[in-house]
Design a protein around this ligand. Structure first.
Ligand SMILES: [Zn+2]
Length: 70
């Protein structure tokens, strides 16, 4: 039940299902798909943490998908 473990060096987690995603250095942006719920995510690493956004995939139909692996 601990939600304040932000000292774990910018560990991103999925805002939809809560699964841990990946780590990265500050000031980097990672675009990836959640391995669990398959939602497209945009992960923005900053100085003091990380913010994860769920990308809206409506309007871009026809794309076979990227092979982004963290
Ligand atoms: Zn997820």
């Amino acid at each position: 039940m601990n939600t304040e473990q932000e000292s774990i060096r910018c560990m991103a987690s999925c805002p939809v299902c809560g699964r841990g995603l990946c780590k990265a250095v500050p000031h980097s942006v990672v675009e990836m798909h959640c391995p669990k719920c398959k939602n497209p995510l945009l992960v923005c690493f900053e100085n003091n943490g990380v913010s994860v956004k769920v990308l809206d995939r409506s309007g871009s139909a026809g794309a076979p998908g990227h092979g982004t692996v963290c």
